[in-house]
Design a protein around this ligand. Structure first.
Ligand SMILES: Nc1nc2c(c(=O)[nH]1)N[C@H]1C(S)=C(S)[C@@H](COP(=O)(O)OP(=O)(O)OC[C@H]3O[C@@H](n4cnc5c(=O)[nH]c(N)nc54)[C@H](O)[C@@H]3O)O[C@H]1N2
Ligand SMILES: Nc1nc2c(c(=O)[nH]1)N[C@H]1C(S)=C(S)[C@@H](COP(=O)(O)OP(=O)(O)OC[C@H]3O[C@@H](n4cnc5c(=O)[nH]c(N)nc54)[C@H](O)[C@@H]3O)O[C@H]1N2
Ligand SMILES: [Mo]
Length: 749
């Protein structure tokens, strides 16, 4: 990823958006989904007359606050951004020095951008050429500009290319590492940033440590558990380093290989049990497959404060367990915000009735499964204790082990102090004052040492490393194809002992790069490299010399290990512009993609899907409901705002089909599934697309499942799941479902 951390956190912060002179928003609707954070956007408008530019297939509530709005065709953001870059490079609006010193591979981007004239961009994206020119000029000329994105960019087969393209625009304009600039990815759930950092995912270990022998051994020794024991938990050693199934396609693991389903690669076995903790399940794309998978499990367990509607949509009668989980008000500990800041939370009430906090459910489970000792060992290592204190010792364990994103400074003690003194910080710069002077609110990672200030603004070389400054990370070697990957001369963070680019720091190069001599004792204690140096000697020495432990390199606009080294446009698998699939074909099909074969071009080229399914299908969110929606639909007052599932449809499209406002309509998908929902006339969508909120469940293909709710648990509002008709399609890198593209057909019910 061009964003060298690239895991999709904010490079800056919500408060820092107040410093922006332009704000361009791709596929996010913060007025609805981040309404508190959106106040900072409006402040930027008040303070700097910042231009707000919204690129979205729908005229959203955010678009209503915009100076410029482009109603883009779903899945065409890459052409749109190339169209902007075309004009930026042609007019010399790019930051030449920034690109020369701090970016690798921009020349190839420039070549590709040449092709995307305003006319060609207009044809592919559906946005008027004049408007593209207006937007490119307005954004490029008003620096610093911040680029915002969320699910409108990620939920596509080319989602990962989208998330590389956006930083490329920022790199071209020199908008990275500056106040009011950056890529500010609006994250989703409460603490989803923390969940990502801890890698509640199937392809890495916590802290983004890769699946490799070295990482496993590092964790084994840091946890104080035997590596051989860990190894023994797997069917064979080779399975330790294989990616697992994803949430998006766990159901394929159950159904895999049968009845024409995509084949799986799971050592000859299908998945037999499902344990759900904090996911709605009906939020997964292709709900009918999800239902079929649930029906075919041996065991399904749902730990949830509410009745998880996964348990409602299945016909499975036995071995379905609903465990009452406590809410986040009934437990305490650290959570991570969208800008990488930590916050400490305190329990408001004890878990009510028979419910248990998630960690206690896991501890009980670990006991029954016989690995409680190993599971909790890491919390006792630091002070060689007999027992641990939750959650402080868990937080300290994380601080001790996770170096990759610099969590060393996140001790429980410091995090508590920040949350207790949250009023002692400036909301724009995050700088502390009074007792909190010298630290940034929540110690945004990387927080390299136990006295580090935190890093509110990634890649900023105008600050010293001690004060949160840094260049881009050196992660992929020193050179590629003969080209230097380290940052150019003079582009090191302020007050650095080494003014140039430099590699990531390890035991062997530390003396040379930092210009120091280690003592014999330090040489004995120092870890092999900055990522596994639990002595923290590397980070401490680096701070003294103004060096970022992870190096000072160029950001990569070109990622040679990816299927598309620079982002390329590829049409969605099911596109209304079948004529474009010749020039912009989907990826080749991918075998063993997180253990399941995944179709791309074969699905796209199977037929011209748009003949039978001419309407684009866009799904997303409402302000009163969240995610799968069960929490909010269980509230009488929130449910009353949207008592029924509905579809936003343009009156002209509805009129063609004889669908009246407020009457029922069917929506059919290319998979042969359908849903029956209420039509809601709306001009927020154009005539060629509809919008569905995905927060409903409890009705499937017209069948009311009310009888399946245990007595007294049926939410105030139930309805069809949008995901019953979301199309097949998964990102080539992350496997996120293509729920913001795809096709459908509508008819009167
Ligand atoms: N009220 C409320 N707030 C929430 C949530 C909630 O469910 N309810 N969920 C939280 C979570 S988990 C998340 S991840 C965030 C998500 O926050 P957002 O990403 O803002 O949420 P969405 O509404 O799913 O999608 C954003 C926009 O993307 C647009 N879009 C669709 N396809 C495309 C495309 O191809 N290109 C472009 N440029 N735009 C496109 C949609 O029209 C939509 O307006 O919200 C969080 N906040
Ligand atoms: N069509 C379509 N589908 C989508 C999306 C889209 O835009 N369109 N967006 C996708 C995205 S970005 C996301 S994040 C997902 C969101 O989908 P989900 O992750 O399913 O969203 P939530 O409804 O927030 O689910 C959380 C579940 O956890 C429970 N819960 C709440 N607090 C706790 C707790 O403390 N402990 C436990 N154990 N459980 C708890 C809730 O009751 C709920 O059942 O949906 C995805 N699906
Ligand atoms: Mo999300």
């Amino acid at each position: 990823m061009a964003n060298t951390w690239g895991y999709g956190a904010m490079t800056n912060s919500l408060g820092d958006i107040q410093n922006s002179k332009a704000i361009i928003i791709f596929g996010a609707n913060p007025a609805v989904n981040h309404p508190v954070g959106f106040a900072h956007f409006l402040k930027a408008k008040e303070r700097n007359n910042a231009k707000i530019i919204v690129v979205d297939p729908r005229f959203t509530k955010t678009a209503a606050k915009a100076d410029l709005f482009a109603q883009i065709r779903p899945g065409t953001d890459i052409p749109f951004m190339y169209g902007m870059l075309h004009l930026i490079f042609k007019n010399g609006w790019h930051d030449k020095n920034f690109i020369k010193d701090r970016v690798y591979g921009m020349d190839e981007v420039m070549e590709e951008a040449k092709k995307w004239t305003p006319e060609k961009t207009a044809d592919v994206t559906g946005v008027d050429a004049g408007l593209i020119i207006q937007i490119a000029r307005a954004y490029a000329k008003s620096t610093p500009g911040t680029l915002i994105w969320a699910m409108g960019l990620t939920q596509h087969t080319i989602g990962s290319s989208n998330t590389r393209m956006a930083p490329i625009v920022q790199l071209a304009l020199g908008n990275m590492g500056v106040e009011g600039g950056g890529c500010n990815i609006l994250r989703g759930h409460d603490n989803v940033q923390g969940a990502t950092d801890m890698c509640c995912l199937s392809h890495t270990l916590p802290g983004y440590y890769g699946l490799s022998d070295g990482s496993w051994k590092y964790f084994a020794s840091s946890w104080g558990v035997d590596y051989e024991w860990l190894k023994g938990r797997f069917k064979g050693k080779e399975w330790m380093n294989k990616k697992g199934f994803t949430l998006a396609r766990w159901w394929a693991g159950v159904l895999g290989g049968n009845k024409g389903e995509d084949a799986i690669h799971n050592n000859g076995t299908n998945l037999k049990a499902l344990f759900v903790m904090g996911n709605g399940i009906t939020s997964t794309s292709q709900t009918k497959k999800v239902k079929e998978a649930l029906d075919n499990l041996d065991l399904a367990v749902f730990c949830d404060p509410f009745v998880n509607e996964g348990a409602i949509i299945t016909d499975k009668k036995d071995d379905v367990y609903i465990l009452p989980a406590a809410t986040q008000f009934e437990t305490s500990g650290s959570v991570t915000a969208t800008n990488r800041s930590a916050q400490w939370r305190n329990e408001v009430v004890k878990p009510m009735y028979e419910s248990k906090a998630d960690q206690d459910i896991m501890f009980e489970l670990a006991k029954r499964l016989g690995f409680y000792e190993q599971f909790t060992a890491g919390m006792k290592v630091k002070e060689k204790k007999k027992d641990f204190k939750w959650p402080e010792d868990a937080t300290d364990e994380i601080a001790r082990i996770i170096k990759t994103i610099g969590l060393t400074g996140w001790t429980a003690e410091r995090l508590k102090k920040h949350s207790e003194n949250w009023h002692m910080f400036d909301q724009v710069s995050l700088r502390g004052y009074g007792a909190m002077k010298g630290e940034y609110y929540g110690l945004p990672w990387p927080c390299w040492t136990e006295s580090h200030a935190g890093s509110p603004l990634l890649y900023n070389i105008n600050r010293s490393v001690k004060d949160g400054g840094m260049g881009f990370r050196n992660r992929f070697g020193l050179e590629h194809d003969g080209e230097d990957l380290l940052a150019g001369a003079g582009s090191a963070p302020k007050n650095s002992a080494n003014k140039d680019g430099y590699p990531e720091i390890n035991r062997d190069n530390i003396e040379k790069v930092l210009g120091i001599k280690l003592t014999a004792d330090e040489k004995k204690r120092i870890g092999k490299n900055w990522k596994v140096d639990t002595s923290n000697i590397i980070a401490e020495k680096c701070m003294e010399r103004g060096i970022a432990p992870y190096g000072n390199a160029k950001a990569r606009a070109k990622v040679w290990t990816f299927p598309d080294p620079i982002p390329m446009h590829r049409e969605p698998l099911h596109t209304p512009r079948h004529d474009l699939t010749k020039d912009y074909a989907a990826y080749p099909d991918k075998k063993n993609h997180y253990r399941v074969d995944t179709r791309y071009v074969s699905e796209q080229s199977k037929q011209d899907w748009s003949k039978d399914f001419p309407i684009n299908l866009v799904t997303g969110r409402l302000v009163n409901l969240n995610g799968a929606g069960v929490e909010n639909r269980a509230s009488k007052y929130l449910a009353a705002l949207t008592p029924e599932m509905f579809c936003d449809i343009h009156p002209n499209l509805a009129g063609q089909e004889g669908i009246r406002d407020g009457e029922m309509m069917w929506i059919h998908s290319p998979q042969g599934t359908k849903i029956k929902v209420k039509a809601k006339y709306s001009y927020s969508v154009s005539e060629d697309r509809i919008f569905l909120p995905f927060h409903f469940a409890g009705v499937m293909e017209g069948e009311d499942l009310s009888a399946n709710y245990p007595e007294g648990t049926k939410p105030y509002a139930i309805g069809e799941s949008a995901n019953t008709v979301t199309n097949y399609g998964y990102d080539i890198i992350t496997q996120i479902p293509e729920t913001k593209g795809g096709l459908c057909r509508v008819e009167r019910a």
